[in-house]
Every structure is written in C-alpha cells, then in structure tokens.
Design a binder for this molecule. Structure first.
Ligand SMILES: [Zn+2]
Length: 229
C-alpha cells in the first residue's frame, strides 16, 4: 500500500458520548475561517485519511489530502464548473475561494435621508407609528421580538430606511452585552450541533455500507449453497 502523508487530515480522539472516538479533522484554510469538519471512525475504530477526505467532499468541502492550505469549507469552496469560472474572470481578479460575502444590508443607491424624504407621507407615517409602538427608547431596544427588519418587511420598505428613521427619531439600538455574549454562545452551540449531526450522518452511512456488505455476502453464500446441492 502506498504511503500517504495526508497532511490535511488530523487524526485524533474526540469526545463522543461518555468516551472518546477516533476521528479525522480537516480545517478550512481560508483566511479568518475557523470551520472544521470532524469525521468519526467507523465502529471498527479504523479511520483512514482517504475515507475522511471522501466524507468531507460529500459534505461540500474542497480537500487536497497533502495540502492543508488548499482545504476549504463549503462556505469557501467556490470551485465552480470551468465555464462559470471563465465567465467570472474579468470581474474578479482575486481568488474566488477567498471571497467572503459580508452580511450587511445592500448599499443604498441614494442616501437614506433622500430615500426617506421620497417616501409617500402616508407610508412614512406608518413606519413612524410602527417604530413608536414597538421601540422603547428608554432602553434602546425593540420589544416583543420586533426589529427594523420586521417592520421593513411588513411595510415593504428596505429595513435600512426603518433603521435610519429610528436612529434619528428614537435613537440607537443599545445591545445588552450579556445578550451579545449569549448570542455568541448560541452561534457556537449551533456549530457544534452541526458538527455532531455531520458525524452521526457519517456513522449512519458506514452502517448502511456494512449492511450492504453483509447482504452481498449472504447472497453469495446462498448462491454457492445452491450450486453445491
Ligand atoms: Zn471556510
């Protein structure tokens, strides 16, 4: 068997239930990305780097077994088919795989003050009423799960406009540091859950593969038994 260096795959033990399981870990090498994929070993405890790579690829990862710096999580794996890549070339000179789409509202074409001024007075009043009824300016927060986004969606206006009107008339949203901390923990917990689900799917696939092997062996034995009769 050929020796595989498999620098991209880190074989380790990870906590699983009450104990530990062997697993392979591949990390996304995109700048500032902390995503990783953990693939649990099958029940035999055998974990081969090739198997880890195959599983990771099935989950949308780009993996180069000997080149850790080339590995990309699904978010950073923008390896489009050739035709699309060529079409992409003139507009983006930098590597497509390093492109991160920031989550923020699209930049308005006109400045917000102008956009607010151009709204129909009746619509402007509706937005004001919504903000006034849902925003508590003494604590700097929307009540009852309301937000600039929800009001914008309800009234069919870009939420940046709602945010602008709220900033001017009622003040900034002041985020409670405790809530911010808990939100960050929630995001981490969601990621951990995703990893566990991925790992469990891997185990499930292993079990299905083993079941299929058993089925084939049984069929062969049955066929041979009939022949020898
Ligand atoms: Zn990534």
């Amino acid at each position: 068997m050929a020796i595989v260096h498999a620098d991209a795959v880190e074989i380790t033990n990870i906590r699983y239930g009450d104990g530990f399981r062997r697993a392979g870990i591949i990390r996304c090498a995109a700048k500032d990305c902390s995503q990783l994929i953990e693939v649990l070993a099958g029940s035999s405890g055998n974990v081969s780097p090739e198997m880890i790579c195959i599983k990771a690829k099935q989950k949308g990862w780009h993996v180069s077994i000997n080149h850790p710096s080339a590995c990309r999580c699904p978010d950073h794996n923008r390896k489009a088919p050739k035709s699309e890549r060529i079409a992409d070339m003139p507009t983006s000179q930098h590597s497509a795989s390093d492109t991160v789409i920031p989550i923020k509202p699209p930049a308005p074409t006109k400045d917000l003050a102008t956009q607010v001024r151009e709204l129909a007075p009746s619509l402007r009043k509706k937005i004001r009423d919504e903000i006034d009824g849902n925003f508590d300016d003494t604590i700097g927060a929307y009540l009852g799960g309301e937000s600039d986004q929800k009001i914008g969606d309800r009234l069919g206006v870009p939420w940046a406009i709602v945010a602008h009107m709220r900033e001017i008339g009622w003040g900034a949203v002041r985020v409670d540091p405790e809530i911010e901390k808990l939100s960050a923990e929630l995001v981490t917990a969601c990621k951990t859950l995703d990893l566990t689900v991925t790992a469990l799917r891997g185990i499930h696939e292993d079990l299905e593969a083993q079941r299929e092997t058993l089925r084939q062996l049984k069929a062969k034995i049955a066929a041979l038994t009939q022949q020898t009769r």
